[in-house]
Design a binder for this molecule. Sequence first.
Ligand code: ADP
Ligand code: MG
Length: 326
Amino acid sequence: MNKRPDEFELIATYFAPLAADPSALGLTDDAAVLPGTGTDEIVMTADALVAGVHFLPDDPPGQVAQKLLRVNLSDLAAKGATPKAYLLTVALPADWTADWIGAFADGLARDQETYGISLVGGDTVSTPGPMTLSLTAVGSVAAGCAVRRAGAKAGDRIWVTGTIGDAALGLRVLKGQLAGLSQDARDFLADRFRLPQPRVTLGPRLPGHATAAIDVSDGLIADLNHVCETSALGALVRADGVPLSGAARQALGGGEVAIGDLLTGGDDYELLFTAPADRHDDIAELADAVSVPLTEIGEMTEARGVHVALADGSELEIADGGYRHF
Ligand code: ADP
Ligand code: MG
């Protein structure tokens, strides 16, 4: 039997050849960008959540619904798009209940109100496997303005929204770890994992400022690496410049967590973007205008690979599936 490829090899080998249309961006971006009818282009993205993999059967159904919608809104925001509508596909196991689906629909209703988006279609099927939920979100952006992963230039500064690494710590809290943290810190981190806050106010303001953007779903370093690869560049990040929450600092201080855990932890759904160095003041103004904290954490380099400089001048080594401090 042939060796099975990993996720990205699988997409590149089997699906990318089906996606020759330029709107697919080679299946190497957060979303597709299709021609629209007027002055706008259409932006489309899909994400799925599977019970036992992405959520637990006893997680609050409303929060599962909100996470499903929000991870897609995060991809739209990363391309500079404004959400318009979404399609929902649910595959239900034999033991599904009306109460669960009712609470799930209530969660969607709350977020439809918050984000000004509405359901326009989908599919409902049964499955012998775990519950599987798939959502396709559609947005729009002024023609030619979508922000790609591939547009970064050497010397561009790297910016991130909010704080990094909280969601991965939140997952550990939900697994009963990090017991040494204060209850407030534990609650904050768990909430960051369960309920992402997609940066929908900032996203549509990125065109004109950002040369490239991505949302941080796989972890800061992995997602920055996606920008590097599509832009054919590398990046240098200053670890002590990466914005951390009070709770994450508490975890670092307690020694239960290392900086590498925060820089490689997924599920934050913050935005990472690059912009020319001389845009610094404009971007600081933009942060004020949309009330989203923005922090410059490093710069794009001709030298390939993502390099993380620690405060003592040494470099954090990022190995496959982990990291080593030397
Ligand atoms: P993101 O983390 O931004 O949601 P992913 O890492 O899930 O992006 O996917 C990377 C790229 O691969 C995206 O362009 C996505 O549309 C594409 N992709 C993933 N799975 C499939 C699939 N089964 N068919 C077509 N494209 C896919
Ligand atoms: Mg993404």
